[in-house]
Every structure is written in structure tokens, then in C-alpha cells.
Design a protein around this ligand. Sequence first.
Ligand SMILES: [Zn+2]
Length: 83
Amino acid sequence: MPTYRYEAAESGKGCAFCSGGFETVHPIAGPRVERCPECGAPVVRAVCAPNIGRSRTDLDYRAKRAGFSKLRRLGKGEYEKEY
Ligand SMILES: [Zn+2]
């Protein structure tokens, strides 16, 4: 199933989850997400293509929400958070 990105329909409204945008998965022919699953604010589907434009804050938020973050070693002295 494709990944879709949604954002709060009205900027300045919505909760921490939807104001910065969130991604969800549903069938192409499936029902669109119309409301934030967290706060119920109206959301709109973002125009960017699936899997493009992933926001770092979104990922950070999800990691925080999951209650963990993990560091992955990239190279000499370089680390990146891995979720
Ligand atoms: Zn919300």
C-alpha cells in the first residue's frame, strides 16, 4: 500500500502530531484520511509524492512518541539516529 502524507488543513491548528504533517498508509482506492487520528482536526493530503519530503521533525516526533531513539554509527565519529 502506498504511503500518503497528510497535514493539518489549517496551519496553526491541530496537535503536535498533525500540525507538522504525518504519514499514513492506506489503499489507493481506500478512504482518504479526513481527520487527525490524534486530535480530530481536519487534515488534507499533501501534494508531495509518497516517500518524498519526509520531514525530520516528523520522524523525531514519532521516535519520541515510541519512547526510544537509537544511534547508528555511520563512520568515524559520525552517528545518526536510527528508528
Ligand atoms: Zn492532530
